[in-house]
Design a protein around this ligand. Structure first.
Ligand SMILES: C[S@@+](CC[C@H](N)C(=O)[O-])C[C@H]1O[C@@H](n2cnc3c(N)ncnc32)[C@H](O)[C@@H]1O
Length: 262
């Protein structure tokens, strides 16, 4: 099939089609990105990333795989997250600019928004999937963004990071949710892939000499037991939910600090 040939024209473009196999690791055409937005959210520009609507980013040579179109942090959410993270980071008593790490980089769009709100900070991402990594690396190069991304597992990536003692480390944590989202009790932070609790423990152990700010992507409903377990690891924490989608489909962040209280 060449890239102009219609595929799945008569199917609904939803999460299942883009994540479930058929288009998961396929580079989407522009009409498919717009169709996913329109079919699933009534908005052809839903998958706006890097500060651009789909028609604009596609014209610049930016591409997304089916899975990344679904999994990415889109602009409106990235913008809100960037603003809230920067507000807390601004209270940290650090002398040098922050290092911002997204251990599950995906499209790299969350890093893009975090850096827009943290001028001078350096951005680093890790992405395990070779296909996602290849497309993202190409996109970041097209846009000449100051973000380094490595094709590696989050643990080996973080192990290789060196942070000065007076430097604030900011980590954005959004691993695949897998089956962690229950319709009754919400997102269980112990059941994502890998578990968010395990990722936070690894960060706390690896960077025990640094001030750390974790921004963890959560659903509007979070399993209370898992939330209490996670909060107990931080010196300070707060939750923020963004009402950008229909009720029951909203995301937010849990902000947690170690080494200071904002
Ligand atoms: C929900 S997406 C992240 C979205 C991203 N923050 C963005 O702005 O687009 C999760 C990503 O983590 C990657 N991933 C899953 N397990 C990983 C691991 N152990 N180490 C690194 N990346 C991983 C997946 O391939 C996927 O691209």
């Amino acid at each position: 099939m060449n890239s102009h040939e219609p595929r799945h024209r008569n199917r609904k473009y939803d999460r299942e089609l883009l994540l479930g196999g058929a288009l998961r690791s396929t580079v989407l055409d522009l009409w498919e990105v717009e169709r996913y937005g329109a079919d699933s959210y009534g908005d052809a520009d839903y998958v706006s990333v890097y500060g651009m609507r789909p028609a604009t980013w596609y014209a610049k040579g930016i591409r997304l795989l089916g899975r990344t179109a679904v999994e990415c942090t889109r602009d409106v959410l990235g913008q809100a997250i960037g603003q809230d993270v920067a507000a807390v980071a601004g209270t940290a008593p650090c002398l040098t600019t922050a290092l911002v790490v997204d251990p599950f980089a995906g499209s790299g769009n969350t890093l893009y928004w975090l850096l827009r709100h943290l001028p001078g900070a350096h951005g680093l991402g890790f992405e395990l999937d070779a296909g996602v990594f290849g497309v993202t690396q190409q996109n970041l190069a097209e846009l000449a963004l100051p973000i380094d991304i490595l094709n590696t597992d989050y643990r080996s990536g973080l192990t290789g990071v060196s942070v000065a003692e007076d430097q604030l480390l900011i980590a954005f944590i959004a691993p695949p949710w897998g089956n962690a989202l229950s319709p009754t009790t919400g997102l269980d932070l112990r059941r994502t892939t890998p578990p968010i609790t395990e990722i936070v423990d690894f960060l706390l152990r690896t960077f025990d000499k640094n001030r750390l700010l974790c921004a963890i992507q959560v659903h509007e409903t979070v399993d209370p037991g898992s939330l209490a377990e996670l909060n107990s690891r931080f010196d300070w924490s707060a939750e923020q939910v963004y009402g950008l989608n229909a009720a029951g489909e909203n995301h937010g962040i849990l902000l947690g600090t170690k080494g200071w209280v904002p």
